[in-house]
Write a protein that binds this ligand. Sequence first.
Ligand code: SME
Length: 164
Amino acid sequence: MFAAHAIDTSDKPRFYRELATQLEGLLTGESDAIANAANTSALLFQAMPDVNWAGFYFLRSPDELVVGPFQGKPACVRIAVGRGVCGSAVAERRSIVVEDVAAVENHIFCDPDSRSELVVPLARGGEIFGVLDLDSPTPGRFDDDDRAGIERLAEIYVAASAAF
Ligand code: SME
């Protein structure tokens, strides 16, 4: 059985290297995209301090994201591409870090506790098929080290998982 190990979070690049190793171990031998998304969000939610939502949205049609496996409070189910931080990350084909969601107009409030957010697109063969979304109750929780670290974890998830 897989056991998540406590990781020292004071050195972010090292934290994400260790988390990447744990995620690779967790997903080894399984290619189901939903099962892997469920376990990836559980690992992130357990390992990352100061995070109140961690999970996936998938494009179920070209213009709409639908919530997938996650940890945290129940969330908005459908997000149009171009709307909110998640929809913007798809439309702009890039990761987005929001330091203070209260200062951003194009943010969809699912959990009123969320104050900062990091959204990373999931791509296969250049095609975006979803996003990995992290929320924190602390403004400015996510920085460029988090962006790079979560982008690497998203790559591991995509590589391990079969296309829908
Ligand atoms: N805040 C997101 C919506 C998803 S929740 O945070 C889980 C957004 O603006 O796209």
